[in-house]
Every structure is written in structure tokens, then in C-alpha cells.
Design a protein around this ligand. Structure first.
Ligand code: VAH
Length: 347
């Protein structure tokens, strides 16, 4: 069975949906420290779990016969700079609990890292898997720590630790959690809702980004369905979940251990600036307007991040390949948000 911590963040519900389609609804347990909306309960088991409560977490792992642990709990880059103590507690102490429990019970553990694990002195374009990592955020520092600790526990104790460095993740039906790349999600909702967006990064800020497929929308409107019944992706075979982030995570989780030359991999899909994204959206919504009100904290973070990740090792070792580039991202996001809004109004 799989336990997903931080499951109510931007990524957890979508991943749970795919894992449940693959392994069965009751073999994937979503967890978080807050109460989910009703539709989450309808789509499979949810359990309260606080990663800072070692005993609670241990009981959940043992009582539910967990064998894979996906650790999504984290305080992200921008929020972390406004609350370093919380970020340190959740991203480091919380992570240590995960690491110890996974090692004690022989779990396969997936922990996402991020473009934020690199800093101003890392090569930027592209950023290789292995290079200088001196991030300037507590989020980045804690993610480098997670990478190093996970790899140490793998070599020292044989822990099946797996880590992907995600780009900024773009989702149609889940909100980002206070990161530096949040603008690239919010801009789509603003484009559909009001036709105007105030961007908090400079127009020329290039960052690596990746699309994550839909989850809440299906759960909310159609119950637990497969992609074969989605109006937009009926051409896809049922097994292919239309996205990049969840598919990468699933393929990596299921990759045979001897295929993994490393425990930590970059994965890359596309890179764009707010200006390029705006122009692509204007091809669909011609009177969409963007103004800029730069957030100095987020801009300083973004200026120290990669412009693109070099991911040939992931492509070679376990067959990673991206499917969504910028035009496809814009088409898919605008379609899903527009339809999602219409259906939400209809219910
Ligand atoms: C952040 N969305 O901006 C997260 C992510 C790649 C960026 O880690 O902090």
C-alpha cells in the first residue's frame, strides 16, 4: 500500500488518482494535517497524519501495511523565506522522521526535490544532475539536505530512496502552495476569469516548468473515472494519464531498482518566461492583458534558479520523456479551466 503525505497540496490528489487506477482505490492512502473537501473522501482512503508526530506516522505505516511512501509535505520556496523556522521544522525534522520510518520498515520512499535545490553558483542553462548546489532559500537548502541524506541512507542502510527534481508544476485543478513558480498557474485562471493578470516576476524570467494532469475535476464532476472517458483525451489509451509530472513519478516509482544508476534525477519538460507564456495565451484569448508588479523576494529566488534542467540520465536510465510543451500546455490548461468553471457552476 502507498501513503502520500502532504496529499492535499498541489500534487497529491492527482498522483493518488493515478496510483489508485493502477493499484486499486483502497491501496493508496492520502494524508495531510487538514480536513479535505468531500470529494477527496469519495475517491479513496484519507487519514490525518502529521509528519512531525513520529509515533503517529509509525502507527499509520504499520497499521496500514504501507510499503511505498510518497513524501509531498513541504514548505515551499517563497513561503519558507517568510517562515524559516517552520520550513526548517517541516522540511528537515519532518523529513528525518520519514527517513527513519522508511528505513525501519523497509519502505520505498519517494521525495521530490526541485529546481530550487540549485543556486546562483550552479550552471544555469542547462543545469546538470551533478553540479554545485548552493541554494539561497531554506527550501532549497532543505531539499539538498534531503537528497544527500536519502542517498546516504541508501548506501549505508539499503533504503530504497528515490528522488526527482521537479520543475515548476502547472496544474489546472489544484492550487500551488506558495512557491516562486505559482504565477504560471494563477495566470491561466486570471486569463479565463478576468482577462487580466498581475505577474509577480519580471517578464524575462525564464524557468523550467512541467504540466501535471487533472484530478480534482474528475473526482468532483465525474467520480472516479479513467482518462478514457475524459472528453479531451479520449484518444489516449486508458493507461496513459494525460500529463508529465504524475506519469514521471509513477514510471520512476515503478522502475526496477537495478535501472537506477542514481537515486536523484533531474526531469525537464519546457522552459518559458512570463512574456512567452502571455503571448501563447493571447493566441487563444487575444485581449488577455498582463501587467507586472515584481515581488522582490520571488524575483531574487527565481534569478538564482536554473533556466533548464539537463535530464539525459533520466531519459536513458528509466525511459523518461516529456509530452507537453508550451502550446500544448496552454491549450490543455485553458480547456480544462474553462470546462471546469462551467461544470462547477452547473452543480
Ligand atoms: C516553488 N513550486 O516554487 C515550487 C517548486 C520548482 C519550484 O519547488 O517553490
Amino acid at each position: 500500500k502507498v501513503l502520500i503525505t502532504g496529499g492535499l497540496g498541489q500534487l497529491g490528489v492527482g498522483l493518488a488518482k493515478s496510483l489508485r487506477r493502477r493499484f486499486g482505490k483502497f491501496n493508496v492512502i492520502l494524508s495531510d494535517i487538514r480536513k479535505p473537501p468531500n470529494h477527496v473522501y469519495n475517491n479513496g482512503p484519507f487519514i490525518f497524519s502529521d509528519i512531525l508526530d513520529y509515533k503517529n506516522l509509525r502507527e499509520i505505516v504499520v497499521n496500514n501495511n504501507i510499503s511505498w511512501l510518497v513524501h509531498y509535505s513541504a514548505v515551499l520556496s517563497a513561503v519558507g523565506e517568510h517562515n524559516v523556522a517552520l520550513a526548517k521544522e517541516v522540511n528537515i525534522t519532518g523529513f528525518h522522521n520519514i527517513l527513519d520510518i522508511a528505513t525501519e520498515h523497509g519502505l520505498r520512499v519517494f521525495v521530490p526535490s526541485t529546481i530550487g535545490a540549485f543556486g546562483p553558483s550552479s550552471p544555469k542553462d542547462p543545469t546538470p544532475d551533478l553540479c554545485v548546489q548552493r541554494p539561497r532559500t531554506i527550501y532549497g537548502v532543505s531539499k539538498v539536505h534531503a537528497e544527500l541524506m536519502g542517498e546516504y541512507y541508501h548506501q549505508r542502510y539499503g533504503l530504497d530512496f528515490r528522488c526527482l527534481r521537479y520543475p515548476g508544476i502547472i496544474s489546472a485543478d489544484s492550487q500551488p502552495g506558495g512557491g516562486t513558480t505559482d504565477y504560471a498557474v494563477q495566470i491561466f485562471h486570471a486569463a479565463v476569469k478576468s482577462g487580466h493578470f498581475e505577474c509577480n516576476l519580471r517578464s524575462d524570467t525564464r524557468l523550467p516548468m512541467m504540466y501535471i494532469g487533472k484530478a480534482n475535476f474528475d473526482a468532483f464532476c465525474f467520480g472516479d473515472i479513467g482518462t478514457e472517458t475524459l472528453p479531451f483525451h479520449s484518444s489516449l489509451p486508458p493507461s496513459t494519464y494525460p500529463d508529465d509530472c504524475i506519469r514521471a513519478t509513477m514510471e520512476f516509482l515503478e522502475a526496477p531498482d537495478d535501472a537506477l544508476v542514481s537515486r536523484t534525477y533531474n526531469i525537464n519538460a519546457m522552459s518559458f518566461t512570463p512574456q512567452e507564456l502571455t503571448r501563447e495565451i493571447q493566441k487563444v484569448l487575444s485581449d488577455f492583458k498582463v501587467t507586472y508588479n515584481v515581488d522582490p523576494v520571488r524575483q531574487a529566488i527565481a534569478d538564482g534558479w536554473p533556466k533548464a534542467l539537463e535530464d539525459s540520465a533520466a531519459r536513458q536510465d528509466w525511459g523518461w520523456k516529456h509530452e507537453y510543451n508550451l502550446p500544448q500546455l496552454v491549450q490543455t490548461m485553458l480547456t480544462h479551466i474553462t470546462l471546469g468553471n462551467k461544470l462547477a457552476r452547473a452543480f
